[in-house]
Design a protein around this ligand. Structure first.
Ligand SMILES: Nc1ncnc2c1ncn2[C@@H]1O[C@H](COP(=O)(O)OP(=O)(O)OP(=O)(O)O)[C@@H](O)[C@H]1O
Length: 726
């Protein structure tokens, strides 16, 4: 969001943020600005500063929404409220964002300078870096390609064999025209009937061509080895990296986009290496060798041959940037196609239940057509260039034929020499044609390479410290002045301080969106808190190895995810080396054993995509069995019994009771009644810890929790009072 939309006249040079202020605090119109520097707030009326404050003098900043206009105001440390200015409603979001930044400055002592997009952007083109170290659009294509070529290093042996075999086969092809010349000049033109000599030359040609075939076979075999291994390495690395990325990075990308990078981008790089990798060396080498040969044979004819080449290269070079832009569009449309496909197929249940198949087909068709059109646009440009370049190139050939023909008539050149020369010219044009193709391939591949390296080079923002502790968790959890916001300056959780004791059952309650799941995400260290510390058994979770932490925390969510395998595999997911007996024991404790044995193949029954062949309650109990087998020290239950009927809920509550016994448990539930067995309750309000205590204590306090309970009782009463229709 842009927070420097316009500046007042005579604006101070160090203004970081500036928003239009349309009203004075009394409601009179003005043409003013609300400006912020690193330390000060200035209110301009026209070009004059009418108010000036130090940010430090305040304890809080906020926007007050009124009818028609809104006010920006701050609370001084003394408690006095200061109105800065009024602004129109269309500026509300910007002012709200700026107030959060000022609040963040009060806490940290530093005013964050956010850009238009809040994300770090490329200083050159202004596009978001999306976690990458360098802008993929501005990083030199050569640099990206060098990174790709460096990845060949582990397979340099295969690569070297491929290069040597190609060079040898090219040398044979260079030798062949010379032997053709010998046949023409020594046997055909003088009508020489020395058949043995002629047969000898022909046998030599055939043998050499056979040899060239053998070299070509080894070249292809080894090139494919390099490309396939490289493609496999890249896919593996991208996938591994996607598993290491923080939730923050993951949530910026769709599953479709990640799938695209693992599969098609990696495949494109693999194809590029197969088709062009070693060819680059060989083609350039043959260009040089044949060029030298042509100049040795006749420098004037050679000059005529190569004259059009620079013109062609200038045209192609000019086209390259335009091509890169078009291929970036192709890439984006390709990703969007993959995302749409993934989205629709993933939500196929919703699509069908709303009868929206036709609409989704239309959505997919539009997306697919957009992709196809961008491909055509990119390719068309290229296919117009190719015939033009070919024509310009062959102009040289016509000159060679004309002047070469004259030289034969003048007896300064033999027919065999001219044929040898024109064959070399044709051979020279082949690498040139290949070089002309390179910008197209490079433009296409460098977009994919850029996207692949963007992921591979991305820094993970949640990472293990240098010497992470492998902690044997007991279960004490402590929040100490914790602040967290998905945007650093916009905290969802503010100053949370509480201590949960080992073995305690804690419920987290609060309005929707108050930050309950966020609190749990922080315990799992899916995100790092922006301020303060979370300690487990007295150790800062940033010092605990992530694997160690997560392997001792069990999670049961409302929406259970089952993998497409059988029941046994899904329960054993938490402990792959578990014995069958251990799995059955866990299933029995989770009240799942009975229904599993009634399934067609018992524990070997496939659960189907995402476990849709099972009911919600059955999936939930498999997830509980999985958590029991995991044997965690800390259990997290996020709305685990929501949306279930009373009978199933009872079974699941019973299973959860067994799971949580003796372990630190943190449970979120909207229905407060499901937290009746909680030892204490954390009550969140506006992102702050409003209350913390037992149900009885909180009811007695008649605060936030009391109001929540009363409101829910009221709703339950109203529901019961409603007439039953069936
Ligand atoms: N990945 C995310 N990126 C940005 N904002 C997020 C993200 N996840 C949650 N939020 C925002 O953070 C706030 C707290 O969300 P959270 O899911 O923790 O609330 P909650 O109390 O668990 O809500 P509910 O009870 O409805 O599940 C919400 O305003 C939400 O929009």
């Amino acid at each position: 969001m842009d927070l420097k939309t316009s500046l007042p006249e005579n604006a101070k040079a160090d203004i970081i943020y500036s928003l239009p202020a349309n009203f004075t605090c009394k409601g009179d119109k003005m043409d003013g600005h609300f400006c912020v520097t690193k330390e000060k707030i200035y209110i301009y009326n026209g070009s004059e500063i009418t108010l000036e404050y130090s940010i430090d003098d305040f304890s809080e900043f906020e926007c007050k929404q009124q009818i028609g206009t809104s006010m920006a105001q701050g609370t001084l440390k003394s408690g006095e409220t200061i109105c800065f200015c009024g602004f129109s409603q269309d500026q509300f979001l910007r002012y709200a964002e700026l107030m959060k930044l000022l609040d963040h400055c009060l806490r940290t002592g530093e005013l964050m300078e956010i850009t238009d997009t809040e994300e770090p952007v490329c200083p050159k083109c202004g596009l978001p870096l999306e976690g990458a170290k360098e802008c993929i659009y501005c990083t030199g294509k050569g640099k990206t390609m060098v990174k790709l070529i460096k990845r060949i290093a582990p397979y340099k042996k295969y690569f070297a064999i491929a290069v040597i075999c190609t060079i040898l086969s090219e040398l044979i092809w260079v030798l062949a025209p010379y032997l053709d010349r010998v046949i023409i000049d020594k046997y055909v033109t003088p009508k020489n009937t020395h058949w043995a000599g002629l047969a000898g030359v022909i046998i030599t040609i055939v043998t050499l061509l056979l040899l060239a075939g053998v070299f070509e076979f080894f070249n292809m075999k080894n090139s494919f080895k390099v490309a396939l291994n490289l493609g496999r390495d890249l896919r593996q690395e991208i996938f591994e990296k996607s598993q290491q990325l923080s939730m923050n990075s993951i949530s910026k990308r769709t599953a479709g986009e990640l799938i695209n990078r693992v599969s098609s981008d990696a495949a494109k790089l693999e194809d590029f290496i197969t088709a062009n990798g070693k060819d680059a060396i060989v083609k350039i080498l043959s260009l040089v060798i044949i060029g030298i040969l042509l100049f040795i044979m006749d420098w004037r004819l050679a000059l005529m041959t190569v004259l059009p080449v620079p013109i062609v290269f200038i045209i192609v070079q000019k086209l390259f940037d335009a091509m890169a832009i078009r291929y970036t569009k192709v890439w984006k449309n390709g990703v969007s196609h993959g995302e749409t496909l993934h989205d629709i197929l993933n939500g196929i249940r919703v699509v069908k239940s709303y009868g929206n198949e036709v609409r989704e087909i239309q959505r997919y068709t539009e997306c697919s057509e957009r992709w196809a059109k961008s491909c055509v646009r990119a390719e068309m440009m290229w296919y117009l260039t190719i015939p033009a370049s070919e024509f310009i190139l062959t102009i040289g050939n016509f000159f060679v034929l004309y002047f070469g023909g004259n030289m034969i008539l003048d007896h300064t050149m033999t027919l065999g020499q001219l044929i040898q020369f024109t064959t070399y010219v044709a051979m020279l044009y082949e690498p040139i044609r290949w070089l002309i193709q390179i910008p197209r391939n490079l433009a296409d591949t460098s977009v994919s390479a850029g996207k692949v390296f963007e992921i591979l080079d991305e820094d993970t923002d949640v990472r293990d410290c240098d010497d992470p502790i492998d902690l044997d968790i007991q279960g004490d959890i402590e929040f100490d002045g914790v602040y967290f916001g998905y945007k650093v300056y916009n905290p969802v959780l503010k100053d949370i301080t509480c201590k949960i004791n080992k073995g305690e059952m804690i419920g987290i309650v609060g309005h929707s969106g108050v930050g309950k799941s966020t609190m749990i995400n922080l315990i799992l260290r899916l995100y790092d808190c922006t301020q303060g510390e979370i300690r487990i058994d007295g150790v800062n979770i940033k010092d605990i190895a992530q694997h160690s932490l997560r392997s001792q925390v069990g999670v049961v969510l409302q929406e259970t995810f089952l993998f497409d395998g059988n029941v046994l595999e899904n329960i054993a997911y938490a402990k792959p080396d578990a014995t069958f007996e251990e799995v059955i024991r866990a299933a029995k404790i989770a009240n799942a054993h009975d229904f599993i044995t009634k399934l067609p193949d018992g524990y070997n029954t496939r659960v189907g995509n995402k476990g849709y062949q099972l009911s919600g309650g059955e999936r939930q109990r498999i997830a509980i069995a999985r958590a029991i087998l995991h044997d965690p020290k800390i259990i997290i239950l996020d709305e685990a019994t929501a949306s279930l009927d009373t009978q199933t809920e009872k079974q699941i509550q019973d299973a959860l009771g067994k799971l949580t016994k003796g372990r630190t448990t943190i449970a979120i539930a909207h229905r407060l009644s499901t937290l009746s067995n909680a030892d204490r309750l954390i009550v969140l309000d506006k992102g702050r810890l409003a209350e913390f205590g037992t149900h009885a204590e909180l009811m007695q306090k008649k605060g936030v929790y009391y109001k929540l309970v009363m409101a829910q009782r009221q709703t339950t009463k109203m529901k019961k009072a409603q007439p039953q229709t069936c």
